[in-house]
Ligand binder design. Sequence first.
Ligand SMILES: Cc1cc2nc3c(=O)[nH]c(=O)nc-3n(C[C@H](O)[C@H](O)[C@H](O)COP(=O)(O)OP(=O)(O)OC[C@H]3O[C@@H](n4cnc5c(N)ncnc54)[C@H](O)[C@@H]3O)c2cc1C
Length: 369
Amino acid sequence: MSPTPVDVLVIGAGQAGLSAAYHLRRRGFVPVEADHPDDAPTFVVLDAEASPGGAWQHRWPSLRMGTVNGIHELPGYAVPPADPRAPSREVLPAYFAAYESRFELAVRRPVRVRAVRRADDDPRGRLNVEAEETDGIRSWGARYVINATGTWRRPFWPTFPGQASFAGRQLHVHDYRSAEEFRGRRVVIVGAGVSAIQLLDEISAVTDTFWVSRTEPQWDAVAFDTAARIQAIAGVEERVRQGLPPGSVVSVTGAHWSPWAQAAKDRGALVWHPMFRAIEPDGVRMPDGTLERADVILWATGFRADIAHLAPLGLRTPAGGVRVRDTRAIDEPRLFLIGYGPSQSTIGANRAGRDAVRAIVRERAAATV
Ligand SMILES: Cc1cc2nc3c(=O)[nH]c(=O)nc-3n(C[C@H](O)[C@H](O)[C@H](O)COP(=O)(O)OP(=O)(O)OC[C@H]3O[C@@H](n4cnc5c(N)ncnc54)[C@H](O)[C@@H]3O)c2cc1C
């Protein structure tokens, strides 16, 4: 079957994809399958999840509205007031669902994009998007693709000598559910980001913990939107421009002394140690040669961009990233990556969605004069 034509195809309906869809709507784009005049520009959003909420629907149950790291609402519609004790995995998906219907974004789901390819050698031609729907493969021919696929399905685990010999349990925060399952067991927590610190706080309340990370956490007592933070994000921007793997924004902005983190520190839960050098059946071998006993190793070591479906475009640099400037792939100008690199935060995702749509609108206008 020939590809269904569409002007803009958005992959992913998390914060980034919904922001893009909102701005497309505002700029007069209509969902491709709605009734519309022949000359109206069209868009479609494809999302792999069965229901709204992006990655929020998978966050662990104890990640509550009061402990998330500061959420910026989606553009144009405030998050309804929520109990700080309410799980973010319930509040935010409900908000996303309301948002999608309020702005009639017509997200198609569950639809997983398997591959994005150039239709031919014409640099102004279409990109073919191969999407797996419940009843088979469907092909789209898009003038622009906005990729907003996040990181949740790509947890990152570093490798260490002896890792396979460990007799206890190893898990990534991606699969964490509750501190209770570790009661009575000694848990080594690896990582210097916000997730590591939150889980240390909660697991240390029920059992013995030991905290390590490769670099010492940078505690930043100042408020979020400081010049230092802006400068750090500029550093990630420069990395993606050069095609280096982006790294997490939080890893460069540092951890934040929120009231719960301060309380955890005051009760002695945040005692940091340098990274172990090897893993043994009963624990981890520290740089000074001592063995720290462990029943569980919890890897809070971040996530990587989920972009394997873009591989047919051949954009990956030898350094392992994609070269992106101002949300646009430098080596494939019909492709935008949002929620990628410097825009891997709720506020960054909002802005990136807006910026990608602005660039598309500007270019379409220039092409018609
Ligand atoms: C544990 C954790 C806590 C966080 N807390 C905060 C916080 O408090 N504040 C903050 O600003 N940021 C936080 N972040 C960062 C957060 O990931 C971003 O802010 C933002 O929510 C990510 O939105 P997104 O749209 O990029 O990705 P996601 O929410 O992951 O959405 C991506 C969507 O794309 C879909 N998708 C993926 N691949 C495909 C495909 N091939 N085809 C079709 N659809 C696909 C997915 O199913 C998903 O619905 C946190 C991250 C983590 C891991």
